[in-house]
Write a protein that binds this ligand. Structure first.
Ligand SMILES: Cc1ncc(COP(=O)(O)O)c(C=O)c1O
Length: 405
């Protein structure tokens, strides 16, 4: 069961700083099995993949390919050929934004939402600049839920060519009705990219059942290493994308006159890939599969409910996000404290070995829409537990006293 009992699986708590780490939306701590796998590959299988004719390279290549299969299975992809290894969610979105440039005509619209992380906004803005496109944002409600009436209206009136939406907002913990969004957008003729950077860890996904065109996520937010992430694309979508970067490993031939591309997904993996990290991501996939998806969701939604209950009882605390009005919210709790700036609170909390995030959480449009510049954010992982929340409550009391309330 997730909670305190899984802490022994994470050396962070026994050999590292431990404490109340409440910034898992930024990056998760790593279980020992993932750390061990990373070291094992570097010690025992360290040779460049898809190159050497010698055994060591063949072994590394085999492990790299197995990791791709594990990822494909985890997200319900039809085949490992739909899985492109990238550096993270940000690179995956940039890859699609660059690779699909030729599919857009000046004047076309891309529809986003006001819940998006900057990495699901800025690559589209860059694309819009290059190709003369328009960007529109579906509105959110005052408690941070996606305004589906506005989304439907914009789909109908703007006829976007592409819709890019988060499955779970990192700023507020909002769960979007992603199946409905994908279905409505595709009925309206749009391709859909789902930002699963949070969703893959906290909700899980079956990309074929969902039917999205693209799904992106980062390894380091799902108990895997940094520097590795995934772009899933439907086979016909990946075939239609232009390569984003050129170099070794992504070609079928190179001549002085020009070059031909390798098959998908190698076409999008120029240069030496982060193969030890990819293989360790495979270990993270195995690790996550030890838990029932329903257990993870129950654990992380219960923590949201407990946090909201504790914080509601505290003077001067204002909750932001759907749970503030009793609506569904997962893995994240965002709040403000009167008279205490979020950064000051984060500094005070840190003196008690509590790590919380303070700021705009790379979601400036979301916070602006809610009329705040910064919030304190608690974000949970498998190892988070009630004692972390109690520690936060004590730190709030101390901060309010220090700031004269
Ligand atoms: C919802 C969401 N999308 C995208 C990203 C970007 O992920 P990365 O920085 O790993 O590329 C994040 C990171 O916080 C996120 O929470």
């Amino acid at each position: 069961m997730p909670g305190e009992s899984v802490r022994p699986l994470f050396p962070f708590f026994s050999e590292g700083p431990g404490g109340s780490y409440l910034d898992s939306a930024a990056t998760t701590q790593k279980p020992k099995v993932v750390l061990d796998e990373l070291l094992r590959v570097l010690v025992h299988h360290n040779a460049n993949v898809h190159r050497g004719a010698y055994r060591l390279s063949a072994e590394a290549s085999e492990l790299y390919d197995q990791a791709r299969m594990k990822v494909a299975k985890m997200i319900g992809a039809p085949s490992e050929r739909s899985i492109v290894f990238v550096r993270g969610a940000t690179e995956a979105i940039n890859l699609v934004a660059y690779g699909s440039e030729q599919l857009f005509n000046p004047g076309d619209t891309i529809l986003l939402t006001l819940l998006e992380h900057h990495s699901n906004i800025v690559p589209w803005q860059l694309l819009a600049k290059r190709r003369g496109l328009k960007i529109a944002f579906a509105d959110i409600t005052d408690d941070g839920r996606l305004d589906m009436d506005d989304f439907r209206e914009k789909l109908t009136s703007l006829k976007p060519k592409l819709v890019a939406v988060t499955q779970l907002a990192n700023s507020l913990g909002t769960v979007t009705p992603i199946a409905e969004i994908v279905s409505l957008a595709q009925q309206a003729g749009a391709q859909v990219l789902v930002d699963g950077a949070q969703g893959v860890t906290h909700l899980g996904v079956d990309v074929q059942a969902l039917g999205c065109d693209y799904y992106v996520f980062s390894g380091h937010k799902m108990y895997g290493p940094t520097g590795i992430g995934v772009l899933y694309g439907r086979p016909e979508r990946l075939e239609a994308l232009q390569p984003f970067q050129g170099g070794g490993d992504m070609i079928s031939y190179v001549s002085v006159e020009g070059s031909g591309w390798a098959e998908v997904p190698q076409r999008f993996e120029a240069g030496t890939p982060a193969f030890p990290e990819a293989i360790a991501l495979g270990a993270a996939v195995d690790f996550l599969s030890r838990f029932e998806r329903s257990e993870i969701i129950l654990h992380e939604s219960s923590l949201v409910a407990e946090a909201c209950e504790l914080l509601r009882g505290e003077q001067g605390v204002v909750l932001h996000g759907p749970a503030s009005r009793g609506e569904k919210q997962l893995a994240v709790v965002s709040f403000s404290i009167d008279s205490v700036h979020p950064h000051d609170f984060a500094t005070i909390a840190d003196t008690h070995n509590i790590q919380v995030r303070a700021g705009n959480h790379c979601a400036m449009p979301t916070l602006r829409r809610l009329g705040v510049q910064a919030t304190v954010r608690l974000s949970f992982g498998l190892y988070s537990c009630r004692q972390d929340l109690v520690a936060v409550r004590e730190a709030i009391r101390e901060a309010r006293q220090l700031f004269g309330r």
